[in-house]
Ligand binder design. Sequence first.
Ligand SMILES: [Zn+2]
Length: 55
Amino acid sequence: MPADDVATLDPDSMTVDQVHHTMQAHLTCDTVRCPYRRTALQVLVRDGRYVLATA
Ligand SMILES: [Zn+2]
């Protein structure tokens, strides 16, 4: 299993698979503290797959 699956922190170079893998791996992380979770979220929001709660 390749360890570099979640190594990228560049939202533009992340594949959908990588994003989902990252979200699973960092499911319990704090978005503010974890750059991996933050990056994955950025991609999801950019692609319209996830809507941040604004209310
Ligand atoms: Zn994390």
